[in-house]
Write a protein that binds this ligand. Structure first.
Ligand SMILES: [Zn+2]
Length: 158
């Protein structure tokens, strides 16, 4: 009987998780199935945006990008970061001291054992990176550590 109770408990926890996942997906205004995303995105983009993986350090073409413009979500084009808030953190990933307010959703993840604040595109739920408190002290103190592959750069035109 005890075993059965434990099984029931495990099952309940498991199904709660599944429901939570489904609910999370439905909250985004741009919502696609896994195979639809696979068709639209490159393998690298899919692994980061949809699977939450991290691109290799110093692999992003945006690390050295100093051009003026806006960084948008590679999956749904939502504007996420402005070039004027980009800085060289030396981390090997594109870094910004602030986001475009309202366009990013924050979730705490425990993937490496300690809590980290994960950033998602608020429109499509795509995983972008993490935010840390070791950013520039003279501005916000925040370091938005973003996978370049999750971004698309739109140069400024005037
Ligand atoms: Zn998006």
């Amino acid at each position: 009987m005890k075993k059965f109770a434990i099984l029931c408990f495990v099952f309940t926890v498991y199904s709660c998780n599944t429901n939570a996942q489904d609910a999370k997906k439905e909250n985004y205004s741009v919502s696609k199935t896994e195979s639809e995303w696979k068709q639209q995105l490159t393998i690298e983009q899919f692994n980061v945006l949809r699977k939450g993986e991290t691109e290799a350090r110093f692999s992003s073409q945006f690390n050295q990008n100093k051009a003026e413009g806006t960084y948008v979500c590679a999956a749904c084009q939502t504007p996420l970061f402005e070039s004027k808030h980009k800085y060289d953190s030396g981390s090997g990933w594109p870094s910004f001291d602030r986001e475009i307010k309202g366009n990013i959703k924050y979730v705490v993840d425990y993937k490496i054992g300690v809590p980290r604040t994960e950033e998602h595109c608020a429109t499509c739920g795509g995983h972008l990176g993490h935010v840390f408190d070791d950013g520039p002290k003279t501005t916000t103190g925040k370091r938005h550590c973003i996978n370049g592959v999750a971004l698309k750069f739109i140069p400024k035109t005037d």
